[in-house]
Design a protein around this ligand. Structure first.
Ligand SMILES: [Zn+2]
Ligand SMILES: [Zn+2]
Length: 336
C-alpha cells in the first residue's frame, strides 16, 4: 500500500510499504480521510513521544475490510472511526478511570502505524461505528473533538463565566463552539490571522481580538476583572507565559495546546497562591469518542468551515509544509 512515512525526524517519504496484517483482536480499516494535526508537526520535529520510523495520522475514519478471528462487534463493510489512544484496560490507571495515562499506552500514528496510509490495523476495541449520515470529513474530526470533550470534562465552566481562548486554529475554533454549548456566556478569542478572527465570530465567539499591541486593552474592556477561564490553544511558550495576566482570581487556566516537550515558562507561585488559581492540563482524550460522535451527528458542532484543504496522499509533503507554516486551517488527506 501507499503510505506516508516519517523515517527519521524532519524527514518525509511517501512510499510503498507492506499492507498491515490483522491480529486476532484487530480489524483492518481502509482509510477514507485523515486529518493533519499540530501533534503530527511535533512528531515530525521529534518533540513528542513517538518512535521512528512511523506512519503518522491519528484523526481518521474509514471502512473495515478485514476482521480478526476474535472480533465479534464489527464486520467487513462497517464504517468506523478509530480512537488512536490504545488503553490496556488492566493497569492501575485504566482501572482508575484515567485510561489516557495507561501505563501501557500506545498511539496509532504515534507509536504504531497510523492513518496516512491506505490501510491501518487497529484493535477492534478502539473502533466506533459511524452513523450513516456522518460524512468522512466529520469522521476525521471525531478524534480532535474528543480531545475537546475531554478538556470540557477537565474544567468547570460556570454559567456567565467569561472565557478567553488564545489561538483560533482548528482546535481553538472547536473550543469556541464547545464552550458555547457548555454555557459560557462570553467567549473571547485572540488570534493573529485576520481570516481566523472572522471565522471565530462565525463559530460563536463574542469578540475576536487581533493578537498584538492592542490586545491587552481590548481584553480589559470586555473583561475588566479578567476571565474565569483562560485556555491556551497555541502551544506557544511565550503566549502561555503571558496568559496568566488575563486570569481573574479563582480563575482556571487550561493548557490545551501542545507545547514542545522541552519548553519552559515562568509563572509566579505567589500569584497562583494569592489568586486562588487552578491550573489544569488536558491530555488527549479519555473514552470521549461517543460524546464527540453525538455532538457531530446532532449538528451541535460544525466542522465544515474548519477544513481549508483536502489533498490526495501523494501531496502530503506539500500540504504538511503549509500546515506547519500556519498557512492552513485543518487539512484532510484522502486516500483514493
Ligand atoms: Zn490530533
Ligand atoms: Zn492501562
Amino acid at each position: 500500500m501507499q503510505a506516508v512515512l516519517f523515517p527519521a525526524p524532519e524527514s518525509i517519504r511517501i512510499e510503498r510499504v507492506p499492507d498491515p496484517t490483522c491480529a486476532a483482536d484487530e480489524v483492518i480499516v481502509q482509510v477514507a480521510r485523515c486529518g493533519i494535526c499540530g501533534t503530527d508537526v511535533h512528531i515530525y520535529r521529534n518533540e513528542y513521544m513517538s518512535n521512528f520510523p512511523v506512519i503518522p495520522g491519528h484523526e481518521f475514519g474509514g471502512v473495515i475490510v478485514e476482521t480478526g478471528k476474535e472480533v465479534a462487534d464489527f464486520q467487513v463493510g462497517d464504517r468506523v472511526a478509530v480512537d488512536p489512544n490504545l488503553y490496556c484496560g488492566h493497569c492501575d490507571m485504566c482501572r482508575n478511570e484515567m485510561a489516557n495515562h495507561c501505563l501501557h499506552w500506545q498511539g496509532v500514528g504515534i507509536t504504531r502505524p497510523g492513518g496516512f496510509a491506505e490501510y491501518v490495523a487497529a484493535p477492534a476495541r478502539a473502533c466506533y461505528h459511524l452513523p450513516d449520515a456522518m460524512t468522512d470529513a466529520q469522521a476525521a474530526f471525531i478524534e480532535p473533538l474528543a480531545c475537546v470533550v475531554h478538556a470540557m470534562k477537565r474544567i468547570r465552566v460556570l454559567p456567565a463565566d467569561p472565557v478567553l481562548i488564545l489561538g483560533a486554529g482548528p482546535m481553538g475554533l472547536l473550543l469556541v463552539q464547545a464552550l458555547r454549548r457548555m454555557g459560557a456566556s462570553y467567549v473571547a478569542v485572540v488570534e493573529k490571522q485576520p481570516a481566523r478572527l472572522e471565522l471565530a465570530k462565525a463559530m460563536g465567539a463574542s469578540v475576536a481580538v487581533p493578537a498584538g499591541a492592542e490586545q491587552d486593552a481590548a481584553l480589559k474592556e470586555v473583561a475588566p476583572r479578567g476571565f474565569g477561564v483562560v485556555i491556551d490553544a497555541t502551544g506557544v511558550p511565550a503566549v502561555i507565559e503571558g496568559a496568566f495576566r488575563y486570569l481573574r482570581p479563582r480563575g482556571t487556566f487550561l493548557q490545551f495546546g501542545v507545547a514542545p516537550n522541552q519548553a519552559r515558562v515562568s509563572v509566579s507561585p505567589y500569584d497562583i497562591f494569592h489568586n486562588d488559581w487552578t491550573i489544569v492540563g488536558s491530555f488527549a482524550l479519555c473514552y470521549t469518542f461517543l460524546p464527540a460522535i453525538d455532538w457531530l451527528a446532532s449538528g451541535a458542532i460544525d466542522v465544515g468551515p474548519l477544513v481549508s484543504h483536502v489533498a490526495p496522499l501523494h501531496d502530503f509533503a506539500d500540504v504538511f509544509a503549509k500546515f506547519a507554516a500556519g498557512q492552513t486551517l485543518k487539512v484532510h488527506v484522502h486516500m483514493g
